[in-house]
Design a protein around this ligand. Structure first.
Ligand SMILES: [Zn+2]
Length: 118
């Protein structure tokens, strides 16, 4: 195997390992238990609904623009047991939740249900 082939092989291996690690990370985070401050029940993160808060960014005075998501800490999560919606910023476990939601995984990979609101 020449040098180019060896490097290509290494890249392939690294990418494969990265995929496996992302999958492992995803499963670990999805299974983390989040306790609801209202009903007191603990449920795995993936069962909560993530409620994306969006706002419209105008790019001109004709009403053209696009929707943008607020940062996760300003979004809500909804308890699957009692239905209570809580802004992540106001959740007693906010630091833990924010660390789970920070990159590299997308919300869609962590939550079974995603809703959006303004
Ligand atoms: Zn609850």
């Amino acid at each position: 195997m020449n040098k180019i082939e060896r490097i290509k092989e290494k890249i392939k291996e690294t990418e494969k390992r990265k995929k496996e690690q992302l999958l492992e990370l995803k499963e670990l985070i999805r299974r983390k238990i989040i306790k609801c401050p209202r009903c007191g029940k603990g449920t795995r993160l993936s069962s909560w609904t993530f409620i994306k808060k969006e706002y419209y960014v105008y790019i001109d005075d004709k009403g053209n623009g696009y929707w943008k998501s607020r940062q996760a800490i300003l979004c809500d999560i909804q308890c699957p047991k009692c239905g209570k919606k809580i802004i992540i910023l106001g959740h007693p476990e906010k630091d833990k939740i924010i660390s789970y939601l920070s990159p590299p995984l997308r919300k869609e990979e962590l939550f079974e249900n995603i809703a959006r609101t303004v």
